[in-house]
Design a protein around this ligand. Sequence first.
Ligand SMILES: [Zn+2]
Length: 273
Amino acid sequence: MSRSSRRTPRGTQAPASLHRDLARRHENQIVSPAPTMGHAWGVRFVGLLLILLLSATANEALAQRAHSGSRCLGTPSKGRLENGVQLPARGANYRTYGQVPWRLGRTYVHEDVRAAVLEAYAALETSQVGHVFVYGETGFFEGGPFEPHRTHQNGLSVDFMVPVRKGAAPAQLPTTPGNRFGYGVHFDRLGRSGGLAIDFEAVAAHLAELRRAAEQRGMRIEKVIFAPELRRRLRGTTRWGEIRDLPFTKKRVWVRHDEHYHVDFATSCAPLT
Ligand SMILES: [Zn+2]
């Protein structure tokens, strides 16, 4: 499949069942990292595949469009994106949270955000050896409402799944349909879930590299959402000095951000018309 044929038209959205499952949170429950896919999920999975087949023709039509630079409009909570670009499904030390949502077109961003995200991963290849970083939801090709998220509308928002360790060894957060592509995994106040533990050194290094890559492109990080009790554990990490003044959200947000941290980048966007 050519790169451009992966584009997905605005409005090609995951079915309501996926939205509900991504939104459904059990705040106090640590979900098994890799539960068995049940019958209900099997049915939904087939539904997703059908949607993929139906959208293939529309994707091919969009593939004919020449790329002419990304343009963001409005804000992450009320905005659009023109000429979004998709994050690659995988690279040397990173991967998407799921092939199904990736193919459904839920990983498009502004081209400058894509460049910064990939540059940060490249820098982490040498400082965080052994880690495979996992990114989550970003947005649609043309932005706009992106349920169940309240933002992610103008190509500047990215969810990053937490880097983890199993014992001393780097590990990957399991992301399967059964655990809602990673969004159903939950961590306690110390950052533990089953045999996995959040690697706070790796989180801090990742945020520091994202900041540096963004600033080199004339952008900045406008907001970071991470559960306050987990954010506090970033203090004392090697890279804390580079991230301590990032705009971490202090107030409670509508879902606990424990299995991922949300980053809003900022660049000059056109007003939403
Ligand atoms: Zn988010």
